[in-house]
Design a protein around this ligand. Structure first.
Ligand code: TRP
Length: 329
């Protein structure tokens, strides 16, 4: 069976965009692939998170992954920092990663521009750590967005370089996994193209019905169309995009017809939209509330995940060290 791996930086709660963008596909994939899903808490350190929030953020991701439907018996769900083989292989691969190539990685340049007061070495070697995340399980596929493809390319480069340097066929070349038509991008409710934490326009999986209603009610609208079959402005199209994802086709058709006939009532549209979002989010939210108080369960899941991840990581690390010339007495 082929191996799929995905990491997510732990920066807080998951939103509808995370759910439809990746999570729902992961839930399907766990049946068809050998899946590793992990929380990249080491990666989140590049921005120096408040220690009081670090654990909370890891917990949120694990809890919300489980609540949405990841099954720890089907996949390997773990926390990066629970696998000490990862930082060890990172140290080793850093010896084959070059300043020049790291410094010109677009993601590094962008981060350095955004946080000029904190251009730390971890930021520079971020792609090495990410390559290790992938190579340590010898993953075949990595589902990532466009912005991460540069890192998959670097991962292949580091793996090939290792193979070439030591004259081995050791690390396989991972490919970016493309969800194709399964990839759904959820726009923001503020007229912006994308739902995202930094955009502050999210509906979180943890939002209660009242909060969702309020957020949807506040979504940007206008006076309504003035001519039949008029093209929708982006902020209205966005509402329809979400409607198409969460609502029944008849519902979408109904509001499309109203729009085209210039008698759409945004109040009704929003009411329906909120109701249908709540129908998706609320069962997940209820499971979140259950799981987050079940420390025992979270302990069991993360311990089992760490064990499974370490078993695979240990094999790769010891083989890599052997290749590099390490020997025990
Ligand atoms: N860099 C990824 C992001 O910011 C997170 C990540 C860390 C990751 N390690 C990974 C993703 C390994 C895929 C595979 O989204």
């Amino acid at each position: 069976m082929q191996t799929v791996l995905s990491g997510i930086r732990s920066t807080g709660n998951l939103h509808l965009g995370n759910y439809y963008g990746a999570l729902r596909n992961f839930i399907k994939m766990q049946h068809d692939y050998n899946c590793y899903f992990f929380v990249a808490d080491y990666h989140s350190l590049t921005t120096h998170p408040d220690p009081k929030l670090l654990h909370q953020n890891v917990k949120s991701v694990i809890t919300e992954y489980l609540a949405a439907g990841l099954n720890p018996d089907l996949c390997t769900l773990y926390i990066q920092s629970d696998v000490p083989e990862i930082p060890e292989l990172y140290l080793l691969l850093n010896m084959h990663a070059y300043m020049g190539e790291l410094i010109k990685t677009p993601s590094f340049k962008e981060k350095a521009r955004k946080q000029p007061e904190n251009v730390n070495a971890g930021l520079l070697t971020y792609p090495v750590l990410m390559a290790v995340d992938i190579l340590i399980h010898r993953a075949d596929f990595v589902p990532v967005g466009k912005d991460q493809e540069q890192h998959i390319e670097l991962t292949r480069k580091f793996g090939r370089r290792f193979n070439h340097f030591y004259g081995v066929e050791f690390f396989p070349e991972p490919q970016a996994f493309n969800f194709g038509t399964d990839l759904i991008k959820i726009p923001g409710l503020d007229g912006s193209g994308k739902m995202g934490k930094s955009e502050g326009n999210c509906i979180y999986l943890k939002d209660d019905p009242k909060t969702i209603e309020k957020k949807v009610k506040k979504a940007l609208t206008d006076q309504g169309p003035t001519e039949p079959n008029q093209q929708k402005p982006e902020y209205i199209e966005n509402l329809f995009t979400i409607l198409r994802v969460v609502s029944a086709p008849e519902v979408v058709a109904h509001f499309e017809d109203q729009w085209n006939a210039c008698n759409i009532r945004y109040g009704d549209l929003k009411k329906q939209l909120a109701e249908d979002i709540i129908a998706v989010v609320n069962p997940i939210r209820e499971r979140i509330l259950e799981i987050e108080n079940n420390t025992d369960y979270l302990h069991r899941v993360t311990t089992m995940g760490a064990e499974k991840a370490r078993e695979s990581a240990k094999k790769t690390l010891s083989a890599a060290k052997e290749i590099m010339g390490f020997r025990t007495f």
